[in-house]
Ligand binder design. Structure first.
Ligand SMILES: [Zn+2]
Length: 337
C-alpha cells in the first residue's frame, strides 16, 4: 500500500487523514457547481440551473417514509484512519435526493413532464427522456470531478479516477448530442427492454453505464455501448427500464438477453446486484433497509462501494443473482420495446 493513497480496499494511511478529509470537502463543494449553465443544448438557454432531480420527486415520494425521507449511500469519511473507508446509509429528504445542478426551471419542467406527470407507458419520448436525464446527470458529475481534480499537481486517488473519467466524459457528451437530436426531430433510435413488476420497487435507480458482464456470468467486450437503467414506481407495481442506442447495440442486447434467460424469481436479485455495481444514484426505502439482516446490509454496502473504490475489472459472475434471493418484486411482463 502506498502511504499517500487510499488502497483498493479504501484504507487511508494515518498521516494523510487530514488531506483526505480536505479532498472530500473540496469534492463536495464542486458537486454543487453547475456544468456551464442549463444543460439543455437544443436551444441556447441562458437560464440558471435549479437542483434537477435525477429520479423524479414524485417517484421518490412513493418510496419515502411518512416524513418524506429516503436513504442514499454516502462515503463514511469518519472511518478514515480507523478502518477501510466504506459507505453508509444516509437519510435524505425527497426534495434533495439525487439532485444535481442540471436544467433551468423552464426546461426541467417542459422536458420531463412526460415522465413526471404522465403514466409510464414506455413511449419513445418517455424512454428518450429517461436516457437524456441520466446522461446529463453523469456528464455533470464527471465534469465536476474533472474540474475539481485535474488541476491538482500530484496524482492521488481522486485525480487518478478523474483522469480515467475524461474519455468517458467525452463519449457521454456525444451521447447527449445524439439524444438531443432525437428529441428535436421527435425521431428515436433507441432500443429498450422493460420489465414490469407486480410489487412496488424498494429501491430506485437512474444511471448510464457500460456493461462488462452479463447476468449469466459472461464477460463482454470492452465497447462504448452505453446502457441507461431506470427503476421507477408505477401507479401499481413498478418498472425496470434498460435503453441503449440502435447504433451501438451489442452489449446492451447481450445483457438483456441474459436477463431474459433467468428464472422469473431471480430477476429482481440480478437487477439489485447490477444497480449496486453500476450506480451512484441509488435510493433505498428505509422500511426495506431496516427489514434486512445486518449481514445483508453489509454485503450491499460493499457491493455498492466496489465500483467506486476499486477500478478493477469485475469478475464475470459479478451481477449473477443469488441462488435463493430474498427479494422478488415479481415480474409480470418483460420484453424488448
Ligand atoms: Zn434551460
Amino acid at each position: 500500500m502506498q502511504d499517500d493513497k487510499i488502497s483498493a480496499e479504501g484504507q487511508v494511511a494515518g498521516k494523510k487523514i487530514g488531506e483526505f478529509h480536505e479532498r472530500v470537502r473540496t469534492m463536495g463543494r464542486f458537486l454543487e457547481k453547475p456544468f456551464l449553465g442549463c444543460l439543455f443544448g437544443v436551444e441556447d438557454c441562458a437560464g440558471n440551473p435549479i437542483r434537477s432531480h435525477t429520479l423524479s420527486e414524485s417517484w421518490l415520494r412513493r418510496l419515502a417514509d411518512d416524513g418524506g425521507h429516503v436513504l442514499q449511500f454516502v462515503l463514511a469519511v469518519e472511518d478514515a484512519g480507523k478502518r477501510p473507508v466504506g459507505f453508509k446509509p444516509k437519510v435524505v429528504g425527497v426534495g434533495e435526493a439525487t439532485t444535481f445542478p442540471g436544467f433551468c426551471q423552464e426546461h426541467d419542467d417542459s422536458l420531463f413532464a412526460c415522465v413526471e406527470k404522465e403514466a409510464f407507458v414506455a413511449s419513445p419520448r418517455q424512454l428518450a427522456c429517461l436516457v437524456y436525464r441520466s446522461v446529463c446527470q453523469e456528464i455533470c458529475v464527471k465534469h465536476q470531478m474533472l474540474k475539481c481534480n485535474l488541476p491538482a499537481n500530484s496524482p492521488d486517488f481522486f485525480a487518478e479516477k478523474a483522469t480515467g473519467q475524461f474519455r468517458l466524459f467525452l463519449e457521454l457528451m456525444k451521447r447527449k448530442l445524439r439524444i438531443e437530436e432525437m428529441l428535436r426531430l421527435d425521431k428515436y433510435a433507441l432500443e429498450s427492454y422493460v420489465v414490469e413488476f407486480e410489487r412496488t420497487p424498494t429501491f430506485l435507480v437512474a444511471t448510464t453505464f457500460l456493461p462488462y458482464v452479463t447476468f449469466t456470468g459472461r464477460e463482454l467486450e470492452r465497447r462504448m455501448d452505453w446502457v441507461t437503467l431506470t427503476i421507477l414506481p408505477g401507479s401499481k407495481g413498478g418498472f425496470v427500464v434498460f435503453s441503449w442506442d440502435k447504433a451501438s447495440p451489442k452489449n446492451g442486447s447481450l445483457l438483456l438477453k441474459s436477463l431474459k434467460a433467468l428464472p422469473n424469481q431471480l430477476v429482481t436479485s440480478g437487477i439489485l446486484h447490477l444497480a449496486l455495481e453500476v450506480s451512484e444514484n441509488l435510493v433505498v426505502s428505509q422500511k426495506w433497509w431496516d427489514s434486512l439482516p445486518e449481514v445483508e446490509q453489509s454485503r450491499m454496502l460493499i457491493r455498492f462501494g466496489r465500483s467506486l473504490i476499486a477500478d478493477v475489472p469485475p469478475p464475470p459472475d459479478t451481477v449473477r443473482p443469488a441462488p435463493k434471493p430474498t427479494l422478488d418484486w415479481r415480474p409480470i411482463r418483460m420484453g424488448f420495446v
